[in-house]
Write a protein that binds this ligand. Structure first.
Ligand code: ZN
Length: 263
């Protein structure tokens, strides 16, 4: 699933293509997944922001188009067999490609996220103001395993399976540890590791896995997959100690870690 670095890369690549452009038509056949899109027609794109894994298109008319890429969604400049939505601009088209159809689009009054509860209750952005104290307090209040806590989006927005595993490895913390078991020093390591991993991944354009579902809008792959220390590396040697990487299910998600390096 696209996580913060993939969504941020998409944002950066789309912004110059869309800023100032009018969305003449938004064409699709699925009004349940892509809601109220007629409300965006005729409006100009003023800016493109991001919260967690959501793309936020600021439109004229005090409107906002919110896009969640879901499991396999992405924007493409070329039409694909799985193009579900076609955005007609003055100077061309842009496509929302989504083979598995988990992506969603909403057009709302700016900032009115009542029908998007996941967006309304996101925690802080880890690459912006990301104060340590509430992060630590959030960990201390929970018995849940670290991996589950990171996926909840309340400690930090936009972290998913890949970057949770990589940040926990970098922090040297076992994904099964309950949040409240962390010392302040350990919580600080996790806080720093999250920022570092996400910053590096954004700089490299995100991670394109072997299924190649995530691509940048121009079709280029990301580059962070070559830096994965644990994610998707079950049975392969840990880059730190050489022991085998294990994979377990935590909170229903495949979780990769080194049992020697992550205590
Ligand atoms: Zn190791």
């Amino acid at each position: 699933m696209p996580e913060l670095p993939e969504v941020e890369t998409t944002r950066k690549k789309l912004l110059p293509l869309l800023r100032g452009k009018t969305l003449l038509k938004v064409l699709h056949q699925d009004p349940l997944r892509y809601r109220n899109t007629e409300g965006a027609e005729g409006e100009r794109v003023l800016d493109l922001g991001r919260r967690g894994k959501f793309l936020l298109f600021a439109l004229t008319g005090e409107k906002e188009m919110v896009v969640h890429l879901g499991m396999t969604g992405g924007f493409r400049r070329e039409k694909t067999p799985h193009a579900r939505v076609e955005f007609v601009l003055e100077d061309g088209c842009l496509f929302f490609h989504d083979p598995r159809r988990f992506g969603r689009i909403w057009v709302v009054e700016r900032g009115a996220y009542g029908e998007i509860p996941l967006l309304a209750r996101l925690g802080p952005e880890p690459l912006e103001a990301f104060p340590f104290s509430p992060f630590y307090q959030g960990l201390r209040r929970s018995q849940r395993p670290l991996k589950a806590l990171l996926l909840e989006q309340r400690l930090a927005a936009g972290v998913g399976n890949i970057y949770a595993d990589e940040a926990l490895f970098r922090a040297g913390l076992n994904p099964l540890r309950p949040g409240r078991s962390l010392s302040e020093e350990e919580a600080l390591r996790l806080h720093r590791a999250l920022r570092a991993v996400l910053e590096e991944a954004v700089a490299l354009g995100g991670s394109t896995l072997s299924d190649r579902t995530y691509q940048q809008p121009d079709g280029a792959p990301g580059g962070f997959q070559t830096r994965h220390a644990v994610y998707g590396r079950r049975g392969l040697p840990c880059p730190r100690c050489g022991g085998p990487i294990l994979r377990l299910k935590v909170a229903g998600r495949g979780t990769h870690f080194c049992p020697r390096c992550q205590a």
